[in-house]
Ligand binder design. Structure first.
Ligand SMILES: [Zn+2]
Ligand SMILES: [Zn+2]
Length: 138
């Protein structure tokens, strides 16, 4: 199957394996056994993490990411101060540490699992992510 967003290797269609994870956009739980959008990131030294978005929520999340202040539309979208250690969800490059820089984070704060998970992306990659969520390769 093609990647949902052209050129973005870290985002894929996958079957949810648990009911304990929540959608980044709507905060409702994912349903085990359904194919939905999986966002893969790396946290800390080498810990693989993943977040989920309902296929039916992709468009709304994409539209929120086109707004100047997307964090006003979803409690799981946050501004993030890059620490120079994490790779961008979209371009897979390290997001440089910079006190002035704005970058973004999605988190799993509505999950039932205790582990805090997040994926991060560049401000400059935000539009590409928004476009791909609104008009994915189906
Ligand atoms: Zn959702
Ligand atoms: Zn990027």
């Amino acid at each position: 199957m093609r990647k949902p967003i052209y050129g973005v290797e870290s985002i894929d269609w996958k079957m949810c394996q648990t009911n304990a994870q929540a959608c980044v956009w709507c905060g409702q739980k994912m349903d085990k056994g359904y194919i939905e959008l999986k966002l893969n990131g790396i946290q800390g030294a080498k810990t693989k993490v993943n977040l989920w978005v309902h296929a039916g929520c992709m468009q709304d999340l994409g539209e929120a990411l086109q707004k100047p202040l997307p964090q006003l539309f979803c409690g799981r979208i946050r501004k993030w101060r890059p620490d120079g250690k994490r790779r961008c969800l979209v371009c897979d490059r390290v997001i440089a540490k910079n006190k002035q820089a704005v970058a973004w984070m999605f988190d799993n704060s509505k999950d039932d699992i205790k582990t805090v998970k997040s994926v991060v992306f560049h401000e400059k990659c935000r539009q590409k992510l928004a476009d791909g969520l609104i008009d994915p390769n189906l």
